[in-house]
Design a protein around this ligand. Structure first.
Ligand code: CIR
Length: 253
């Protein structure tokens, strides 16, 4: 169970955020409203939500999930793969000292976006992507092992981050789309397959046995509900325009 979340208000500069989505520029006002809805939903799931102030210097800083991995035993500050995002780690460090005694950091030449890391109990799957390199993944694995946890790598083919394609919903249930449906390592899970035309919904989050999913993916909703979860849809269209999804908008711990 999670008890807390950290989120970061979208900056006006988000219109300059990194994107391959070709869905147009995000509308800041609309993004603020959608962000507020995310916070409301996290609170409804029983979390205390800590809101970090916006930082205009970093257009992508609302995607707070990428800059830290929060585990039961320690926090690991990442070294984001995109140069424009590297400075985002400074503020998160200041916030995490209030929540964690043990804080580790990924260092050069290691690069990691924590959107590439999926927690399954005490094991962490780490996607090797355009943002996360082998050196960074190995540093994360070493830190995890130091605290009696473990990690393993997964090679990504077509998605930006691992959690664009998979989401662990506890109770052995794994939401998966695309390459991850047949990925050997994931066959031990009960796979809840997301159809190709609803791939974006694979980026959903388990929060205390509820599942938050992006709005507008009825087949995905039905699949997840059929596995016994209470599902809430949230409109995150403005973040989708920057290749972001629901998981990237919060750190849950
Ligand atoms: C980026 O390219 O870094 C941002 N525009 C989107 C990050 C989304 N984060 C995630 O999927 N974990």
């Amino acid at each position: 169970m999670f008890s807390k979340a950290i989120v970061r208000t979208p900056a006006k500069s988000m219109t300059k955020g990194l994107s391959n989505a070709e869905l147009g520029l995000p509308n800041h006002e609309k993004a603020l409203n959608q962000h507020a809805e995310c916070i409301k939903a996290l609170k409804e799931c029983g979390l205390d939500v800590f809101v970090m102030a916006e930082d205009e210097r970093y257009p992508d800083s609302t995607f707070v999930e990428d800059v830290a991995l929060l585990t039961k035993c320690c926090a690991i500050i990442t070294n984001p793969g995109a140069d424009s995002r590297r400075g985002e780690t400074t503020e998160i460090k200041k916030v995490l000292v209030d929540f964690y005694r043990d804080i580790e950091e990924v260092k050069e030449p290691g690069r990691v976006d924590a959107g590439d890391i999926m927690m399954v109990g005490l094991h962490f799957y780490i996607g090797l992507s355009e943002r996360t390199n082998e050196n960074g993944a190995q540093q994360v694995i070493d830190y995890l092992e130091k605290f009696s946890m473990s990690g393993s790598v997964v090679k990504l083919e077509r998605v930006l981050h691992l959690k664009n394609g998979v989401a662990y919903l506890e109770r052995n249930n794994l939401v998966a789309c695309d390459q991850f449906v047949s990925n050997e390592e994931f066959q031990k899970f009960n796979i809840l397959e997301i159809d190709e035309d609803e791939n974006y919904a694979a980026n959903c989050i388990w929060v205390n046995d509820r599942v938050l999913i992006p709005e507008g993916y009825p087949k995905a909703r039905k699949t997840i509900e059929s596995a016994g979860y209470l599902v809430k849809e949230i409109d995150v269209s403005e973040f989708q325009k920057l290749d972001g999804g629901l998981s990237c908008l919060s750190l849950r711990f």
